[in-house]
Design a protein around this ligand. Sequence first.
Ligand SMILES: [Zn+2]
Length: 384
Amino acid sequence: MNRKDHRMSLASLHPERDEECTPDIFMVAGVGNSCVVLTGEGIVVIDTPLRNASRVLESIRARSTLPIHTIIYTHNHADHAWTTGIFLDDAQKNGYPRPRVIAHEMVTRQFELDKKLSSYYRYINRIQFGQGFIRPAGYEEYVTERIIRPDVTYSDSLQFRLGNLTFELYHYMGETDDGTWVWIPERKTAVAGDLAEGFCPNIGNPLKAQRYELEWAEALETIAGKNPDYLIPGHGPVLRAEQVKEVCLGTASFLRSLHDQVIALLNEGCWIEEILERVRVPPEFTGKPWLAPVYGHPTFIIHGIHRRYAGWFNGNPGELFPSGKSQVAAEVVKLSGAAHLIERLKELQHQGNIQLALHLADFVIGGSEDMTRRKEALLEMVKN
Ligand SMILES: [Zn+2]
């Protein structure tokens, strides 16, 4: 698998657009989608994403004055579960009972981890979402303080009725181990959380904790088996009938294929480098917009699957206790000279081999004491 240059942005792929599925179920788009269900006995909100809760509340109050009865989290992430306070304030202001919050039992533990690792998460989110590599200075109060823990948790599944509708909650492991997807049978509507993101699944995220490829596939197959008329995803537009089948079953089969190939190669005795070279995305998935590699990427998925079943050793004993990268780079610079390395990296760039050029730039940046040369190598690479 080669490095690819994907310059599409998530925003261009998914322009924010609210959508109505049925007269009583609608989606409010945002950093993560929210689903609102209006019943005669109150309102159910599925997900309360960071920075979007007031818009969700406005959309609700434009349609109904009934109390918000239940809030469901599809998982613990900030773009799904971090602004519940606004809905609790709304209840208090209107003299309504406090809405109950339902989530999978692992959500509370994950909220604790969010807090424990808040400075680290803040740093890596800055990197992941394009705000640069600058470490936040010291500890600052992070948004975890606004998190509302669930009142009701469950293990495998939970069902309740409100008004004339049934809400079936199912646990899954996918982008997190605390995932819930919701089925509303009377409306044949599935609310999938980040099981459906509208692009290549974010499994094997280079910065984040383990994700679960097979369980992700299984959950998508279960959703498709319900024959939904509508699927409200965690991100991206609502999917309808045939689209649901295509995206859910297609993504599941894509994940299963990568999983099976990695396992077969591990059993052949291959190390990670050979696995990355030999795993192929089946041709039927090429160019599918719902697998656009703008957030997840097949190479990252292979890493994620490998990490789940194998250790970090790459098969080269020289790398069990490696010298520092800058020490190795200094030796290379001493032998060939920074000027030669820069000349060669420009040639490689010209030939379109950006990745190899990047490695040569790393030798100069990490190993040369000549600041001008280091800057030159860095600027060459920034051009790309
Ligand atoms: Zn999300």
